[in-house]
Write a protein that binds this ligand. Sequence first.
Ligand code: PAF
Length: 281
Amino acid sequence: MQIFEHVASLQKFLDSCRKDSQKITLVPTMGGLHDGHARLIDRAKELSDVVVVSIYVNPTQFSANEDFETYPKTLAQDKAFIKSKRIDALFIPLNSEIYPEGMSSDYDVGKLGQILCGISRPSHFNGVAQVVNRLLDIVKPNYSVFGQKDYQQLLIIKSLVKSKDLDIIVESVPTIREDDGLAMSTRNKYLSEDERVNASLFYRQLVKAKKAIEAGVAIELTRQQALSSLSDLFEVEYVEVLDANNLTQIKTNTEEIIIISAIRLGETRLIDNILFRSSNV
Ligand code: PAF
């Protein structure tokens, strides 16, 4: 595995791969790697000859009151983890490599960035799109892989790639869970022992809602029941039942449903979702 800190040396390496007709996949991460990331890397290896993993905690997707400073930075463990996955290139750039002209930008991902997580994190998805666009521009991969846990992010990145007409396939990988159902996330490290035990109830409530819909309970009633049960346990930011294709209200032709939610458990904000096919189709 080669480690690159500079755009120029990474691009030189990737140009030589392309000359040999090798296909490239980028897996962008912010480090704090866990088995969810391992699954993204495994998928990347299935897709292409060369896998680049980036580790960069992007300041522009955090607002002033968020956890940028405390976001888990575990570079030594991450390097060992990545080495064990036998990938080709690890890219760990400094801010000056990602934002040589400064961090300010007028990125606006539009409506999709203002709903759900975008309500409490109004500039978050603009920052995500800004950095992903930059990483894609540096690496120019054939594929890039993202997790379905960050479902809103995934749709925003797909829409970015489409709107810029980039010749890149965005692949997604299902959420990887702990044995008790909690979705793997770098931020799970923030949970206290008690909070960690309670956190598993988050996914359980989403499963209950999915079963209710599959049993024919009306969408809005299910949403309200889920909101009420989740509110007994957590501070709920939102819980919605939507068309997974575009995060709008469910219609008669909705093919895939998403139950999507964000909650707070003490100081920790958790997101999760369940995707399933609509019985109407
Ligand atoms: O999902 C993440 O880890 C980040 O939002 C991403 C896509 C690496 C951009 O910083």
